[in-house]
Design a protein around this ligand. Sequence first.
Ligand code: COA
Length: 460
Amino acid sequence: MAAGIDDMSIYIPKLYVDTEDFAEARDVDIDKMRKGLGIYQMAIVDNNQDPACLAANAAYKIMKRNDIQPKDVGRLYISTESSFDESKAMNAYVVGMLEQVYGPDTFEHCGGVETKFACVSGSYALYDNLNWIRAGEADSQYALVVVSDIAKYDLGSSGEMTQGAGAVAMLLNDEPRLLTFDRKVTATSISDEYDFYRPFGKDTPIVHGQYSNLLYLMQVRKALELYKTKVISTGLIKPSPDESILDYIDYLNMHLPYSAMGRKALAYLLRHEWRNLPRWGPMIEKIGMAEPIAKTPGTIETILANPDFIKDDSKFNRLLMETDEFNDMYEEKLSSSLIASKMIGNLYTASLYLGFRSSLEYEHKKGIDLAGKRIGFGSYGSGSSAMVFSGVITEEYLDIVSHMELESDIANRRRLTLEEYEMLHRGLMPADESLLSGKDEFILTDVDKSNSERRYAFNS
Ligand code: COA
Protein backbone atom coordinates (compact mmCIF):
# COMPACT_ATOMS: atom_id res chain seq x y z
CA MET A 1 0.00 0.00 0.00
CA ALA A 2 1.26 3.50 -0.85
CA ALA A 3 1.64 6.08 1.90
CA GLY A 4 2.76 9.67 1.91
CA ILE A 5 2.07 13.33 2.52
CA ASP A 6 -1.30 14.48 1.21
CA ASP A 7 -0.93 18.11 2.25
CA MET A 8 1.13 20.24 4.61
CA SER A 9 0.67 23.56 6.39
CA ILE A 10 2.93 25.83 8.39
CA TYR A 11 2.35 28.17 11.30
CA ILE A 12 5.01 30.80 12.01
CA PRO A 13 4.69 33.29 14.91
CA LYS A 14 4.21 36.88 13.81
CA LEU A 15 7.12 38.41 15.74
CA TYR A 16 10.72 38.37 14.57
CA VAL A 17 14.17 39.67 15.33
CA ASP A 18 16.10 41.05 12.39
CA THR A 19 19.79 40.15 12.21
CA GLU A 20 20.60 43.82 11.61
CA ASP A 21 19.34 44.66 15.12
CA PHE A 22 20.70 41.48 16.68
CA ALA A 23 24.20 41.81 15.21
CA GLU A 24 24.47 45.41 16.37
CA ALA A 25 23.25 44.64 19.90
CA ARG A 26 25.58 41.65 20.35
CA ASP A 27 28.50 43.21 18.48
CA VAL A 28 28.56 40.34 15.98
CA ASP A 29 29.62 40.94 12.38
CA ILE A 30 26.39 40.93 10.37
CA ASP A 31 28.23 39.12 7.57
CA LYS A 32 28.83 36.22 9.95
CA MET A 33 25.08 35.93 10.47
CA ARG A 34 23.96 36.58 6.91
CA LYS A 35 26.79 35.15 4.79
CA GLY A 36 28.36 32.74 7.29
CA LEU A 37 25.20 31.24 8.82
CA GLY A 38 22.55 32.34 6.31
CA ILE A 39 20.23 33.94 8.87
CA TYR A 40 18.31 37.16 8.13
CA GLN A 41 15.36 36.96 10.50
CA MET A 42 14.41 34.76 13.45
CA ALA A 43 10.75 34.10 14.34
CA ILE A 44 10.01 34.65 18.04
CA VAL A 45 6.95 33.56 20.04
CA ASP A 46 4.72 36.09 21.75
CA ASN A 47 3.99 35.98 25.48
CA ASN A 48 0.68 34.19 24.80
CA GLN A 49 2.20 31.33 22.77
CA ASP A 50 3.85 28.02 23.55
CA PRO A 51 4.78 25.05 21.31
CA ALA A 52 1.34 23.48 21.80
CA CYS A 53 -0.32 26.66 20.43
CA LEU A 54 1.96 26.63 17.39
CA ALA A 55 1.11 22.97 16.77
CA ALA A 56 -2.64 23.54 17.19
CA ASN A 57 -2.54 26.49 14.78
CA ALA A 58 -0.75 24.44 12.10
CA ALA A 59 -3.12 21.48 12.64
CA TYR A 60 -6.21 23.68 12.49
CA LYS A 61 -5.00 25.33 9.28
CA ILE A 62 -4.60 22.02 7.46
CA MET A 63 -7.91 20.63 8.70
CA LYS A 64 -9.78 23.78 7.69
CA ARG A 65 -8.18 23.99 4.26
CA ASN A 66 -9.04 20.37 3.46
CA ASP A 67 -12.44 20.43 5.16
CA ILE A 68 -11.38 17.56 7.39
CA GLN A 69 -13.47 16.67 10.43
CA PRO A 70 -12.04 15.10 13.61
CA LYS A 71 -13.63 11.74 12.70
CA ASP A 72 -11.38 11.68 9.61
CA VAL A 73 -8.20 11.83 11.74
CA GLY A 74 -7.16 8.47 13.24
CA ARG A 75 -3.85 9.52 14.77
CA LEU A 76 -2.46 12.85 15.94
CA TYR A 77 1.26 12.85 16.77
CA ILE A 78 3.20 15.86 18.00
CA SER A 79 6.98 15.85 17.77
CA THR A 80 8.84 18.44 19.78
CA GLU A 81 11.92 19.11 21.88
CA SER A 82 10.31 22.15 23.53
CA SER A 83 8.03 20.13 25.76
CA PHE A 84 6.82 21.79 28.98
CA ASP A 85 5.50 18.66 30.72
CA GLU A 86 7.32 15.42 31.57
CA SER A 87 4.19 13.31 31.53
CA LYS A 88 1.19 14.86 29.79
CA ALA A 89 1.74 14.58 26.05
CA MET A 90 1.49 17.65 23.85
CA ASN A 91 -1.04 16.02 21.54
CA ALA A 92 -3.49 16.02 24.50
CA TYR A 93 -3.16 19.81 24.74
CA VAL A 94 -3.64 20.13 20.98
CA VAL A 95 -6.74 17.89 21.05
CA GLY A 96 -8.10 20.14 23.83
CA MET A 97 -7.59 23.22 21.68
CA LEU A 98 -9.02 21.70 18.52
CA GLU A 99 -12.10 20.49 20.44
CA GLN A 100 -12.83 24.10 21.38
CA VAL A 101 -13.53 24.62 17.67
CA TYR A 102 -14.84 21.20 16.59
CA GLY A 103 -16.81 20.39 19.76
CA PRO A 104 -16.25 18.43 22.99
CA ASP A 105 -15.04 14.81 22.59
CA THR A 106 -14.83 15.05 18.81
CA PHE A 107 -11.25 13.66 18.92
CA GLU A 108 -12.09 10.97 21.50
CA HIS A 109 -11.19 8.15 19.09
CA CYS A 110 -7.89 9.71 18.01
CA GLY A 111 -4.71 7.97 19.19
CA GLY A 112 -1.28 9.50 19.38
CA VAL A 113 1.72 10.46 21.46
CA GLU A 114 4.32 13.18 21.77
CA THR A 115 7.67 12.00 20.40
CA LYS A 116 11.12 13.16 21.49
CA PHE A 117 14.58 12.79 19.97
CA ALA A 118 15.81 16.37 19.47
CA CYS A 119 15.29 17.48 15.86
CA VAL A 120 14.89 14.00 14.35
CA SER A 121 11.78 12.86 16.26
CA GLY A 122 9.36 14.22 13.65
CA SER A 123 10.93 11.92 11.08
CA TYR A 124 10.45 8.91 13.39
CA ALA A 125 6.82 9.99 13.92
CA LEU A 126 6.34 10.29 10.19
CA TYR A 127 7.84 6.85 9.58
CA ASP A 128 5.73 5.15 12.28
CA ASN A 129 2.54 6.72 10.99
CA LEU A 130 3.34 5.83 7.38
CA ASN A 131 3.73 2.23 8.53
CA TRP A 132 0.38 2.43 10.35
CA ILE A 133 -1.12 3.40 7.00
CA ARG A 134 0.85 0.77 5.04
CA ALA A 135 -0.29 -1.91 7.49
CA GLY A 136 -3.90 -1.13 6.59
CA GLU A 137 -4.73 0.04 10.13
CA ALA A 138 -5.80 3.52 9.02
CA ASP A 139 -9.13 2.38 7.62
CA SER A 140 -9.45 5.45 5.37
CA GLN A 141 -8.50 7.85 8.15
CA TYR A 142 -5.64 10.32 8.03
CA ALA A 143 -2.65 10.47 10.35
CA LEU A 144 -1.74 14.00 11.33
CA VAL A 145 1.91 14.52 12.29
CA VAL A 146 2.78 17.95 13.64
CA VAL A 147 6.35 19.05 14.29
CA SER A 148 6.49 22.09 16.55
CA ASP A 149 9.32 23.84 18.33
CA ILE A 150 10.69 26.98 19.88
CA ALA A 151 14.45 27.14 19.39
CA LYS A 152 15.55 29.23 22.37
CA TYR A 153 19.15 29.59 23.54
CA ASP A 154 20.75 31.47 26.43
CA LEU A 155 21.10 35.22 25.94
CA GLY A 156 24.64 36.02 24.86
CA SER A 157 25.47 32.39 23.91
CA SER A 158 26.74 31.49 20.44
CA GLY A 159 23.50 29.55 19.85
CA GLU A 160 21.42 32.71 20.39
CA MET A 161 21.96 33.73 16.77
CA THR A 162 20.39 30.46 15.57
CA GLN A 163 16.92 30.77 17.14
CA GLY A 164 13.45 30.55 15.59
CA ALA A 165 9.97 29.11 16.19
CA GLY A 166 7.15 27.48 14.26
CA ALA A 167 5.23 24.34 13.39
CA VAL A 168 4.58 22.22 10.31
CA ALA A 169 1.55 19.92 10.08
CA MET A 170 1.62 16.97 7.68
CA LEU A 171 -1.49 15.11 6.67
CA LEU A 172 -0.68 11.49 5.76
CA ASN A 173 -2.79 8.97 3.89
CA ASP A 174 -2.68 6.10 1.38
CA GLU A 175 -3.58 8.23 -1.64
CA PRO A 176 -1.30 11.21 -1.13
CA ARG A 177 -1.63 14.20 -3.44
CA LEU A 178 1.88 15.49 -2.72
CA LEU A 179 4.56 12.87 -2.05
CA THR A 180 4.68 9.07 -1.86
CA PHE A 181 7.47 7.73 0.37
CA ASP A 182 9.78 5.00 -0.93
CA ARG A 183 9.25 1.72 0.92
CA LYS A 184 11.88 -0.37 2.69
CA VAL A 185 14.71 2.11 2.25
CA THR A 186 14.43 4.31 5.36
CA ALA A 187 17.81 4.20 7.09
CA THR A 188 18.82 5.22 10.61
CA SER A 189 21.98 5.74 12.59
CA ILE A 190 22.27 6.27 16.35
CA SER A 191 24.84 6.76 19.12
CA ASP A 192 24.86 8.06 22.70
CA GLU A 193 26.26 11.62 22.56
CA TYR A 194 26.20 14.90 24.51
CA ASP A 195 26.27 17.42 21.66
CA PHE A 196 23.06 19.24 22.58
CA TYR A 197 20.69 18.42 25.45
CA ARG A 198 18.24 20.12 27.79
CA PRO A 199 18.20 18.66 31.31
CA PHE A 200 14.98 18.69 33.38
CA GLY A 201 14.05 22.15 34.60
CA LYS A 202 16.08 24.10 32.05
CA ASP A 203 14.28 26.01 29.31
CA THR A 204 17.41 26.41 27.16
CA PRO A 205 19.77 23.67 25.99
CA ILE A 206 23.41 23.00 26.76
CA VAL A 207 25.06 23.09 23.34
CA HIS A 208 28.45 22.15 21.95
CA GLY A 209 27.77 23.73 18.59
CA GLN A 210 30.84 22.75 16.55
CA TYR A 211 30.80 19.21 17.96
CA SER A 212 27.11 18.98 17.11
CA ASN A 213 27.71 20.17 13.54
CA LEU A 214 30.36 17.52 13.02
CA LEU A 215 28.22 14.79 14.57
CA TYR A 216 25.33 15.83 12.32
CA LEU A 217 27.50 15.32 9.24
CA MET A 218 28.91 12.00 10.40
CA GLN A 219 25.56 10.54 11.48
CA VAL A 220 23.77 11.57 8.29
CA ARG A 221 26.58 10.10 6.24
CA LYS A 222 26.30 6.79 8.11
CA ALA A 223 22.55 6.74 7.53
CA LEU A 224 23.15 7.57 3.86
CA GLU A 225 25.48 4.57 3.57
CA LEU A 226 22.70 2.31 4.89
CA TYR A 227 20.15 4.02 2.64
CA LYS A 228 22.44 3.30 -0.31
CA THR A 229 22.66 -0.39 0.61
CA LYS A 230 18.89 -0.53 0.86
CA VAL A 231 18.05 1.26 -2.39
CA ILE A 232 20.49 -0.96 -4.27
CA SER A 233 19.32 -4.22 -2.67
CA THR A 234 15.63 -3.38 -3.23
CA GLY A 235 16.40 -2.31 -6.82
CA LEU A 236 14.87 1.13 -6.26
CA ILE A 237 18.00 2.77 -7.68
CA LYS A 238 20.53 1.03 -9.90
CA PRO A 239 23.62 3.23 -10.12
CA SER A 240 26.39 2.22 -12.52
CA PRO A 241 29.96 2.04 -11.11
CA ASP A 242 30.72 5.61 -12.18
CA GLU A 243 27.56 7.06 -10.61
CA SER A 244 26.66 8.23 -7.12
CA ILE A 245 23.36 7.55 -5.41
CA LEU A 246 22.95 11.33 -5.15
CA ASP A 247 22.80 11.51 -8.97
CA TYR A 248 19.37 9.87 -8.57
CA ILE A 249 18.07 12.24 -5.91
CA ASP A 250 16.52 15.23 -7.69
CA TYR A 251 16.12 17.36 -4.56
CA LEU A 252 17.81 17.06 -1.22
CA ASN A 253 16.32 18.39 2.03
CA MET A 254 18.59 18.56 5.04
CA HIS A 255 17.97 19.39 8.67
CA LEU A 256 18.58 23.14 8.97
CA PRO A 257 19.60 24.50 12.41
CA TYR A 258 20.58 27.49 10.22
CA SER A 259 20.37 27.65 6.47
CA ALA A 260 24.12 27.51 5.72
CA MET A 261 24.28 24.11 7.45
CA GLY A 262 22.39 22.65 4.48
CA ARG A 263 25.12 23.80 2.11
CA LYS A 264 27.84 22.41 4.38
CA ALA A 265 26.02 19.08 4.60
CA LEU A 266 25.68 18.87 0.82
CA ALA A 267 29.45 19.45 0.43
CA TYR A 268 30.22 16.77 3.01
CA LEU A 269 27.93 14.18 1.47
CA LEU A 270 29.07 14.90 -2.10
CA ARG A 271 32.67 14.62 -1.05
CA HIS A 272 32.13 11.19 0.47
CA GLU A 273 29.96 10.03 -2.40
CA TRP A 274 32.28 11.23 -5.16
CA ARG A 275 35.58 10.19 -3.59
CA ASN A 276 35.67 6.78 -5.27
CA LEU A 277 34.24 7.83 -8.63
CA PRO A 278 36.15 8.72 -11.84
CA ARG A 279 34.91 12.35 -11.51
CA TRP A 280 36.98 12.81 -8.30
CA GLY A 281 40.40 13.09 -10.06
CA PRO A 282 39.41 16.15 -12.14
CA MET A 283 37.71 17.63 -9.03
CA ILE A 284 40.92 17.34 -6.98
CA GLU A 285 42.77 19.09 -9.80
CA LYS A 286 40.26 21.95 -9.70
CA ILE A 287 40.34 22.16 -5.91
CA GLY A 288 44.12 22.34 -6.07
CA MET A 289 44.95 20.42 -2.90
CA ALA A 290 44.93 16.78 -1.86
CA GLU A 291 42.03 15.70 0.27
CA PRO A 292 43.14 15.72 3.93
CA ILE A 293 42.96 12.29 5.52
CA ALA A 294 42.76 11.98 9.29
CA LYS A 295 45.73 9.98 10.61
CA THR A 296 43.60 8.32 13.28
CA PRO A 297 40.15 8.22 11.78
CA GLY A 298 37.18 6.59 13.44
CA THR A 299 35.80 8.51 16.37
CA ILE A 300 34.67 12.09 16.58
CA GLU A 301 37.07 12.60 19.53
CA THR A 302 40.11 11.69 17.43
CA ILE A 303 39.00 14.14 14.75
CA LEU A 304 38.34 16.95 17.23
CA ALA A 305 41.68 16.33 18.92
CA ASN A 306 43.44 17.07 15.65
CA PRO A 307 43.14 20.84 14.99
CA ASP A 308 45.54 20.73 12.02
CA PHE A 309 43.36 18.19 10.31
CA ILE A 310 40.22 20.25 11.03
CA LYS A 311 41.88 23.36 9.58
CA ASP A 312 42.98 21.56 6.40
CA ASP A 313 39.63 19.86 6.11
CA SER A 314 37.71 23.18 6.35
CA LYS A 315 40.00 24.66 3.71
CA PHE A 316 39.38 21.70 1.42
CA ASN A 317 35.62 22.00 1.94
CA ARG A 318 35.70 25.74 1.22
CA LEU A 319 37.57 25.14 -2.05
CA LEU A 320 35.20 22.32 -3.00
CA MET A 321 32.26 24.66 -2.42
CA GLU A 322 33.77 27.15 -4.88
CA THR A 323 33.79 24.67 -7.79
CA ASP A 324 31.20 24.86 -10.57
CA GLU A 325 30.41 21.18 -10.01
CA PHE A 326 29.42 21.84 -6.41
CA ASN A 327 27.53 25.03 -7.19
CA ASP A 328 25.55 23.34 -9.98
CA MET A 329 24.47 20.62 -7.55
CA TYR A 330 23.69 23.23 -4.89
CA GLU A 331 21.52 25.33 -7.20
CA GLU A 332 19.80 22.32 -8.73
CA LYS A 333 19.10 20.21 -5.66
CA LEU A 334 19.25 22.29 -2.48
CA SER A 335 19.16 26.09 -2.70
CA SER A 336 15.35 26.53 -2.79
CA SER A 337 14.98 24.54 0.44
CA LEU A 338 17.04 27.15 2.31
CA ILE A 339 14.93 30.23 1.48
CA ALA A 340 12.33 29.90 4.27
CA SER A 341 14.96 29.11 6.90
CA LYS A 342 16.74 32.40 6.13
CA MET A 343 13.57 34.33 6.98
CA ILE A 344 12.36 32.23 9.91
CA GLY A 345 15.34 30.57 11.59
CA ASN A 346 15.69 27.31 13.44
CA LEU A 347 12.53 25.27 14.02
CA TYR A 348 14.30 22.16 15.42
CA THR A 349 11.94 19.25 14.52
CA ALA A 350 10.16 21.37 11.92
CA SER A 351 13.28 22.70 10.17
CA LEU A 352 13.61 19.81 7.73
CA TYR A 353 9.96 20.01 6.74
CA LEU A 354 9.90 23.79 6.43
CA GLY A 355 12.85 23.28 4.07
CA PHE A 356 10.90 20.70 2.06
CA ARG A 357 7.99 23.10 1.76
CA SER A 358 10.32 25.90 0.74
CA SER A 359 11.92 23.71 -1.94
CA LEU A 360 8.53 22.77 -3.40
CA GLU A 361 7.27 26.34 -3.52
CA TYR A 362 10.36 27.95 -4.99
CA GLU A 363 11.13 25.19 -7.50
CA HIS A 364 7.51 25.35 -8.66
CA LYS A 365 7.86 29.11 -9.04
CA LYS A 366 10.83 28.53 -11.35
CA GLY A 367 8.36 26.75 -13.67
CA ILE A 368 9.83 23.28 -13.13
CA ASP A 369 7.52 20.28 -13.45
CA LEU A 370 8.06 18.44 -10.17
CA ALA A 371 5.96 15.34 -10.92
CA GLY A 372 8.04 12.17 -10.55
CA LYS A 373 11.01 13.95 -8.92
CA ARG A 374 12.72 11.96 -6.18
CA ILE A 375 13.16 13.89 -2.92
CA GLY A 376 15.83 12.85 -0.41
CA PHE A 377 15.61 13.75 3.28
CA GLY A 378 18.55 13.99 5.69
CA SER A 379 17.19 14.28 9.21
CA TYR A 380 19.38 14.78 12.29
CA GLY A 381 18.67 14.99 16.00
CA SER A 382 21.26 15.65 18.66
CA GLY A 383 21.93 13.06 21.26
CA SER A 384 22.20 11.63 18.51
CA SER A 385 20.46 10.01 15.57
CA ALA A 386 20.09 10.52 11.84
CA MET A 387 17.50 9.26 9.40
CA VAL A 388 17.78 9.21 5.62
CA PHE A 389 14.74 8.41 3.48
CA SER A 390 13.15 9.40 0.19
CA GLY A 391 9.93 9.81 -1.71
CA VAL A 392 8.56 10.74 -5.13
CA ILE A 393 6.37 13.73 -6.01
CA THR A 394 2.95 12.63 -7.26
CA GLU A 395 1.22 13.57 -10.51
CA GLU A 396 -1.40 15.60 -8.56
CA TYR A 397 1.14 17.70 -6.65
CA LEU A 398 0.06 20.95 -8.35
CA ASP A 399 -3.23 20.92 -6.40
CA ILE A 400 -1.15 21.33 -3.27
CA VAL A 401 1.99 23.19 -4.31
CA SER A 402 0.25 25.94 -6.29
CA HIS A 403 -1.34 27.15 -3.00
CA MET A 404 1.98 27.44 -1.19
CA GLU A 405 2.80 31.09 -0.53
CA LEU A 406 5.43 31.70 2.11
CA GLU A 407 5.13 35.48 1.67
CA SER A 408 1.51 35.38 2.80
CA ASP A 409 2.19 32.81 5.53
CA ILE A 410 4.61 35.25 7.13
CA ALA A 411 2.87 38.48 6.08
CA ASN A 412 2.28 41.28 8.61
CA ARG A 413 5.06 40.21 10.90
CA ARG A 414 6.22 42.69 13.50
CA ARG A 415 9.94 43.45 13.86
CA LEU A 416 10.86 43.39 17.54
CA THR A 417 13.19 45.86 19.14
CA LEU A 418 16.02 44.16 21.02
CA GLU A 419 14.46 45.39 24.29
CA GLU A 420 11.14 43.72 23.44
CA TYR A 421 12.91 40.53 22.37
CA GLU A 422 14.93 40.35 25.59
CA MET A 423 11.85 41.04 27.70
CA LEU A 424 10.07 38.10 26.01
CA HIS A 425 13.15 35.89 26.26
CA ARG A 426 13.55 36.56 30.00
CA GLY A 427 9.81 36.03 30.59
CA LEU A 428 9.44 39.51 32.09
CA MET A 429 6.15 40.44 30.45
CA PRO A 430 3.11 40.12 32.76
CA ALA A 431 1.38 36.77 32.11
CA ASP A 432 -1.87 38.37 30.92
CA GLU A 433 -0.16 40.64 28.37
CA SER A 434 1.13 40.02 24.85
CA LEU A 435 2.48 42.17 22.04
CA LEU A 436 -0.07 40.93 19.49
CA SER A 437 -3.67 39.84 19.99
CA GLY A 438 -3.30 36.49 18.16
CA LYS A 439 -6.51 36.94 16.15
CA ASP A 440 -7.98 33.78 14.56
CA GLU A 441 -5.44 31.70 16.42
CA PHE A 442 -5.13 29.50 19.47
CA ILE A 443 -3.45 31.37 22.30
CA LEU A 444 -2.29 30.52 25.80
CA THR A 445 -4.49 32.44 28.23
CA ASP A 446 -3.20 31.27 31.59
CA VAL A 447 -0.77 29.00 33.42
CA ASP A 448 -2.16 28.37 36.89
CA LYS A 449 0.54 29.23 39.44
CA SER A 450 -0.73 26.65 41.94
CA ASN A 451 -0.72 23.53 39.73
CA SER A 452 0.80 24.55 36.33
CA GLU A 453 -2.44 23.78 34.47
CA ARG A 454 -2.55 25.56 31.14
CA ARG A 455 -5.62 27.19 29.63
CA TYR A 456 -5.99 28.01 25.96
CA ALA A 457 -8.57 29.80 23.83
CA PHE A 458 -9.33 30.24 20.16
CA ASN A 459 -9.17 33.99 19.73
CA SER A 460 -11.72 34.59 16.94
N1 COA B 1 31.72 36.95 7.07
C1 COA B 1 31.34 35.79 6.49
N2 COA B 1 31.37 34.59 7.14
C2 COA B 1 31.77 34.57 8.43
C3 COA B 1 32.20 35.76 9.09
C4 COA B 1 32.15 36.99 8.35
N3 COA B 1 32.53 38.14 8.90
N4 COA B 1 32.54 35.44 10.35
C5 COA B 1 32.35 34.09 10.48
N5 COA B 1 31.90 33.59 9.32
C6 COA B 1 31.53 32.19 9.02
C7 COA B 1 32.54 31.21 9.57
O1 COA B 1 33.63 31.03 8.71
C8 COA B 1 31.68 29.96 9.71
O2 COA B 1 31.55 29.37 8.41
P1 COA B 1 31.84 27.78 8.23
O3 COA B 1 30.79 27.11 9.07
O4 COA B 1 31.64 27.57 6.78
O5 COA B 1 33.20 27.53 8.72
C9 COA B 1 30.30 30.51 10.09
O6 COA B 1 30.32 31.91 9.72
C10 COA B 1 29.99 30.42 11.56
O7 COA B 1 31.07 30.96 12.28
P2 COA B 1 31.65 30.19 13.55
O8 COA B 1 32.83 30.92 14.02
O9 COA B 1 31.77 28.74 13.26
O10 COA B 1 30.43 30.46 14.54
P3 COA B 1 30.30 30.12 16.09
O11 COA B 1 31.45 29.35 16.60
O12 COA B 1 29.97 31.38 16.76
O13 COA B 1 29.03 29.14 16.17
C11 COA B 1 27.18 27.76 15.68
C12 COA B 1 28.11 28.89 15.17
C13 COA B 1 26.19 27.42 14.61
C14 COA B 1 28.01 26.52 16.01
C15 COA B 1 26.43 28.25 16.96
O14 COA B 1 25.66 29.34 16.62
C16 COA B 1 25.57 27.19 17.58
O15 COA B 1 26.02 26.38 18.38
N6 COA B 1 24.25 27.16 17.25
C17 COA B 1 23.35 26.12 17.66
C18 COA B 1 23.40 25.02 16.64
C19 COA B 1 22.42 23.95 16.95
O16 COA B 1 21.32 24.22 17.31
N7 COA B 1 22.79 22.71 16.83
C20 COA B 1 21.85 21.70 17.19
C21 COA B 1 21.82 20.49 16.44
S1 COA B 1 21.93 20.50 14.74
